[in-house]
Structure formats: structure tokens, C-alpha cells
Design a protein around this ligand. Sequence first.
Ligand code: MG
Length: 379
Amino acid sequence: MFVSVIVAAGGSGTRLGAGTPKQLLDIGGQSMLVRTVGAFAGHPRVSEIVVVLPTANMGEAISSTKPVHIVAGGARRQDSVAHGFARVSPDAEIVLVHDAARPFVSAALIDRTIEAAAIHGAVIPALDVKDTVKRIKANRLIVETLPRDAIVLAQTPQAFRRHVLAAAIAAGRPDIEATDEAMLAERAGHPVYVVGGDPRNVKITTPDDLDAARRQSAPARTGRAGTGYDLHRLVEGRALILGGVTIPSTKGALGYSDADVVCHAVTDAVLGAVGLGDIGRHFPDTDPEWKNASSVDLLKRAVALVRDAGYEVGNVDVTVILETPKIKDHVDAMRANIASALGVDASRVSVKGKTNEGVDAIGRGEAIAAHAIALLRRV
Ligand code: MG
């Protein structure tokens, strides 16, 4: 069955965006129109798409694996649809008419309307009304309460057998202004069947609608954050290695590897941001391979794991807590080592030192700790 789709994008309403027709506004990296056309182009039952655009926007590029024809819109909606219908292939048996401003049309809804149109000749999707419905006068006084179960809210795509839409378009020629094709089909004497609509198939009309659509479609531009924490005992006879830098000290950190709390905290932050567990899972201290391992090397391996998962490091910030010695003279060397392991510029790595004001085990010089946060983004 040959199915054609007319996408009505003929309106030049620029209420939503400075000087740009709303169907060309960006939603999550694609224009509303490209999203809408894509929904049909990606549907296996759709054979061709006719896009009706304002004359000024006919150069709009739409790439698609299905044939897409672009025609100029008319003064009223029904004129635009008539222009689109004139371009529909002679092979078309079912013709759908859809608002460009409904980019979230689902494949299931498209299926539903095509199937019902084949049976009934004319079909619209519609939503039941949940609110109480009032008819009002121009002075905003209520005339009456309408029976809610006798009312539905019409959506698109509206679907027709070809001859039914031809009759509907002919009915639109005189001086009537139709807001949808079903109204014209009714005028032409064709019963119009109603199938269930889709609440997600919203018509983007107001700035609030546009904001909601953008929020819904936005890729995770904010990235993913992870935190890391590590603590090691400080004992005599061990080197104090922080961020891959050996720091002169009477005590060093006790541990299976080189006990570098800075690298361990950063490694956990990087792994945690992507949900890959922690350092102990990937480099267990029960595995001889990691005995006295360089923690800069472990961090490098963790970064390779998150790269495989499709992420890269944006930035890292570390706070080291130890009573003595002061680390400030070694901070730049630590940043350079960590940045090199992360594969980023040193400007994306921050290391800060703090004491614990003599309080608790860290304050007494019995331990050293580090906190880290990492922000990762999709490659
Ligand atoms: Mg550790």
C-alpha cells in the first residue's frame, strides 16, 4: 500500500523565535521540521513525504532516505494542504496530513492511523478530555457545561483514502477556514473515525511548549559527575607519593600499591562518573599484578575504560587533607602527572591542600585523605 504524508509547515508564524518560522526552530540539535519529517521517513509504511513550506523557506535542506518533495504553501492551511496534495504521487492510496509542529509523533500512532484509514476512509487520532469542559461567551461567562465523554481533542496525523481527501480539499475551496482536514471531510459528507491519540504528540504552540520540547530532547550536555575519596595510614619507612610525585616526608602512606591517595580518589571519581564501579573492582589488592603498582598507571587504565564506554574527562578537582608536610610546592607537578594520565591539559586539573586543624587521626598525622570530583562528557 502506497502511503504519502503531507507535512503542513506552510505557516510563517514567528511568535516563538525572533524572525524564524517556528517549524524551523531548533529542538535538541535538529529543527522541528527535520524531526517531524524524520519520524515519517523512518517509518517502514511511509512511501513518500510532501513538505509544504512558506515560499521564503523552500530552500530548507531536508535529507531523507525516502523521497521528499517540497512545495510552496498557500494563504490558509487548507490551501497549503491542497498544494501538497497536488504533488502527491498518483500511486498514493492513503494520504496522511500532519502538522510540522508535532515533532514527537510516534511510529505506533502512524501505524494506527494508516490501518484505520484503510478501513474507514477518514480517521483522526484524538485524546479524551480529562478536565470539565465549559462553553463560554466573549465576556468569559459560562454558557453551559459540555458532556465530557462526547468531546475529544483532535491531533494529527489525520489519514484519508486518497479520494476522501480529494473531496475534503474540494470542500475547502469556498470561503471557509478549516483548522484541520477532518473538518473538511465532514463537510464533504464523509464520516470520520477517531482512534486513540498520544499525549506525547504535543503541538508546539507556546514558548512553554518549546521549552518542554527542548528539555525532553536535549542530549546530556551537562555531562556526568563522579566523586572519589581515599584514606591511607601514614607510617615511617614508606615514601609519600601524591599525584605521582614523591614528596619529602618523614612518613609515607601504607598500602598495597604505592598508596597514592590523590590518584586513588581521582580514579574512583572518573570510574564513578560513568558508573563503572571503583578502583578495588578493577585493580584488586588481592591481585599480585597491582602490588607496588604505580597509581598514575592505574589512573591511565581507568581512563581507558571510560573512553571505551564513550566518555572523556572534562575536568578534575582534588582536595588533599594532611597535617604535614605542606604540598603547595608540589601541586603543579601533581597536576601535570594527573593531566597526563587523564589525557587532558593541566589547566583542567586542580589540586588543593588542607590540614585537619590537629583534629582526629589526620590531624594527629596518622593518616592522609583525598577527595576528588570529576566531570566527564560523551565523546
Ligand atoms: Mg587507596
